[in-house]
Ligand binder design. Structure first.
Ligand code: HEC
Length: 143
């Protein structure tokens, strides 16, 4: 096998393994750090993650919809304001939100108040893995 082919082949083998490990780690971190308050249930009612905790809103599709949009959940005024402004959380927002929910919500909405989620201590890896894990449970975006 020449070197180029060997490199390509190694690359093909390596990539899926890394992606899988991240999602798996993300799922574990979700169970440890989020599932006490959150679950992920799709529109068909299938339990994709967590164990029916309802302190926090269902996180299905959460990074692809406006914040504060789970029907029937009693959000803080700050998350209601985020909803009215159609704010969608990206990975940087997710990192900032978990580090300090109230501060981040005040910053992005321009409002003041108190977010109802407490801080969650996450390192960079956990942030990336949990973010990827939740994205992986969301429906594929159709072009
Ligand atoms: C102790 C309970 C608790 C824990 C632990 C917790 N959350 Fe939350 N989370 C909440 C509550 C309550 C809200 C609603 C906050 C509000 O209304 O201001 C919320 C809101 C959110 C939102 C906004 C959802 C929406 O529909 O707008 C996201 C995203 C989120 N949490 C992600 C996470 C992730 C990821 C973790 C784990 C790293 C986590 N949370 C851990 C209680 C928790």
């Amino acid at each position: 096998m020449n070197r180029l082919v060997a490199t390509l082949f190694a690359g093909m083998l390596a990539t899926p393994v890394i992606a899988e490990a991240d999602l798996e780690a993300g799922g574990k971190s979700f169970d440890r750090k989020c599932a006490i308050c959150h679950q992920v249930i799709n529109d068909e009612g299938e339990q994709l993650a967590g164990k029916r905790a309802q302190n926090g809103p269902n996180l299905y599709n959460v990074f692809n919809r406006p914040l504060g949009s789970v029907e029937g959940f009693r959000y803080s005024k700050l998350l209601q304001a985020a909803n009215e402004q159609g704010i969608v959380m990206d990975e940087a927002g997710f990192a900032a939100y978990t580090a300090n929910p109230t501060e981040w919500l005040e910053e992005v909405t321009g409002g003041d108040g108190r977010g109802n989620m407490q801080r969650v201590r996450l390192n960079e890896e956990e942030i990336a893995n949990i973010y990827a894990f939740l994205v992986s449970l969301a429906p594929a975006e159709d072009g």
